[in-house]
Design a protein around this ligand. Structure first.
Ligand code: WT7
Length: 596
């Protein structure tokens, strides 16, 4: 089926059919799903990218330099909208020059191949320049979310052996200055402004000064496909955050998936609302649109319904990639609000990161005349794996079907092997390994990496079902990680920080269902003897956690309990805390220690 044709509205219960629009006449890149899946190979996808002139592969060459010649040099690559209404357009030609300057800055400071360059910044132009300049230099780009507090920052930079940090003076003072001497490997801090008084000028620099002195000529370091390019942190149920390692070869998947799942065409204006501190904001908020030579919109500000509609209208955005929490917030503002804006340029809306309710899919139809296309992937997969393609019938509530080149299955682990389950049966979502953007390891944690695989299957940790027609349906997580506003949060990281409060004896953290954010972080706390539960103490612990963890990770709710349920081996039973919170049956309590 093509976009111009109708979908069986009755089956989907959609109130109206898509309105024909100019952009809709573009033939979808993935016209015939079955035959493309049959003929697609990753080797052929690799051949679509030119690679470095002397051989080798570098993400920044594919994203920037190869477009910076000829006609495309003057095309806008990044259309930046500042928090306070500022505007800045960066063409491909300018982006090549600025990223080359940044690569020269790194080289001149002795930062080289394989060195980790971390960023802690909002969505400012310098962040994008640092990301791509780092890749040109053969160094490894490690973005952190600007709403992380000092504790998550310290954890990630220590695990990642950060050599360089690029941040703003404000974030530096708030989050880094006090922990800097706990990171002996951190050699340089580059600030997007004047360093605060007292900083050592030999190790703390003003980016603008360095850039002004740097040349715009830089020969991209000839990386190979298997050289490390990106380090993205993600969370598990236990232990520290995991640094998922991605290589330059990943760009082959970033490019192909942008073409198939997001339907990138040469004329598109694309807006990915995700922050590069989370992998969506790097794979699709930087790399994929640029490898396609598109104009991508970056809005520095956080969500605001009116502001977002204005961005869509004023920038004539054609493809929009966002998240279910944002869709639910827009739903709250009402479809009428959307109709007050001219969104006629928009032709495709995608969503990722957490379950998109069927109501959200259908609401898109009502508000924009376009259904919302859910897709699925993870930090570990590096790119979109399962999607509702533009040419496919959407089944609201389903994540869609696997991309060409991706073989998915629902499996059950049985010892050293997996058993593939039948359509309709619930099990773990697994992917056959071997796609280019698959993570190559968790930095320094070989064992944790190996445990993700059984034979040739990568096990995702998600529970799902597949229907007779090959559509995948999300069921839940197999572990205790929390998804809040699309961001993955490790309960252990939160528990460790809350434990440090002097009044806290034990803590267990769960995701409490929330109608907008999907889940919110809730902590159950028991107090040491000598402390009594009170509203003042509750607020104090909340503030303490927020100070250490930052607003992105800290609990939103704290409840006191006399004691927390533990297994006989001493682990806090988060599942039981959750079941009690939800008023659900408590399940198998045979491992519970003492009376519950
Ligand atoms: C986890 C991965 C998506 C890349 C950025 C987030 C959940 C993701 C969906 C979806 C239901 C989804 C899964 C997955 N998730 N997409 N369409 N429907 N759940 O990457 O932070 O590593 O999170 O997000 O649980 O495993 P991440």
């Amino acid at each position: 089926m093509t976009q111009g044709e109708t979908v069986p509205a009755a089956a989907l219960n959609w109130p109206t059919m898509p309105k024909p629009r100019a952009g809709w006449r573009l033939p979808p890149n993935l016209e015939d799903y079955e035959s493309t899946c049959r003929t697609f190979t990753w080797a052929a996808a690799r051949d679509e990218l030119p690679g470095l002139p002397g051989g080798g592969l570098n993400i920044a060459h594919e994203a920037v330099d190869r477009h910076a010649k000829g006609d495309r040099a003057n095309r806008v690559a990044i259309r930046w909208r500042g928090r306070r209404g500022e505007r800045r357009d960066i063409t491909y030609g300018q982006l090549r020059d600025e990223t080359s300057r940044f690569a020269n800055v790194l080289t001149s400071l002795g930062v080289g191949r394989g060195d980790a360059v971390f960023t802690l910044a909002g969505r400012i132009p310098e962040l994008y320049i640092a990301a791509l300049g780092t890749l040109k230099n053969g160094s490894v780009f490690c973005p952190m979310f600007s709403a992380f507090g000092p504790e998550p920052v310290l954890q990630r930079m220590s695990i990642g052996h950060a050599k360089v940090l690029v941040t703003t003076p404000v974030l530096y003072q708030r989050k880094v200055a006090a922990i800097r001497d706990q990171m002996p490997e951190l050699r340089l801090v580059i600030l997007t402004g004047e360093p605060p008084a007292g900083c050592d000028p030999a190790t703390t620099f003003n980016l603008a000064t360095l850039m002004a002195e740097a040349s715009t000529d830089f020969a991209i370091v000839p990386t190979n496909g298997e050289d490390l390019a990106l380090l993205h942190f993600t969370s598990g149920t236990t232990g520290k955050p995991k640094g998922a390692m991605h290589v330059h070869e990943a760009v082959v998947a970033h490019h192909a998936t942008g073409r198939f799942a997001l339907d990138f065409h040469d004329s598109d204006i694309f807006w990915c609302t995700a922050d590069p501190g989370w992998i969506t904001g790097t794979s699709y908020g930087i790399i994929s649109p640029l490898t396609h030579g598109l104009t991508m919109v970056v809005d520095e500000a956080d969500f605001d319904a009116v502001r977002w509609y204005r961005v869509l209208e004023e920038e004539r955005v054609t493809i929009w990639y966002t998240a279910p929490t944002a869709v639910r917030m827009l739903m709250k503002a009402g479809a009428e609000m959307a109709k007050g804006f001219d969104l006629s340029a928009l032709r495709f809306v995608g969503s990722v990161g957490e379950p998109l309710n069927p109501e959200g899919v259908v609401w898109g139809q009502e508000a924009f005349g376009l259904p919302i296309h859910d897709n699925w992937w993870q930090t570990e997969t590096g790119g979109i794996m399962i999607a509702n393609f533009p040419s496919m019938e959407i089944r609201p509530g389903s994540m869609g079907r696997p991309l060409p080149g991706i073989r998915a299955a629902i499996v059950r682990r049985e010892g050293d092997s997996v058993v593939e389950l039948m359509a309709g049966e619930e099990g773990e979502l697994a992917l056959l390994k071997g796609w280019p953007s698959m993570f190559r390891g968790y930095l320094g944690e070989e064992e944790r990496y190996r445990k993700c695989f059984v034979g040739d299957w990568y096990l995702t940790g998600d529970l799902a079902r597949v229907d007779e027609d090959g559509y995948y349906w999300f069921v839940g997580r197999a572990d205790d990680v929390i998804k809040s506003a699309g961001h993955l949060i490790g309960p252990f990281e939160v528990e460790s920080a809350v434990m440090e409060h002097p009044a806290v004896a034990e803590v267990g953290v769960i995701g409490k269902p929330d109608p907008v954010a999907g889940e919110i972080v809730k902590a159950f706390v028991s107090l040491k003897s000598g402390f009594e539960p009170s509203e003042a103490l509750r607020l104090e612990i909340l503030g303490f956690a927020r100070q250490r963890l930052g607003t992105a990770v800290a609990p939103k709710e704290i409840a006191f309990a006399d004691s927390l349920p533990r297994t006989r081996s001493g682990k806090i039973m988060r599942r039981l805390l959750k079941a009690r919170e939800l008023g659900l049956p408590e399940g198998d309590l045979s491992t519970l220690e003492g009376p519950a």
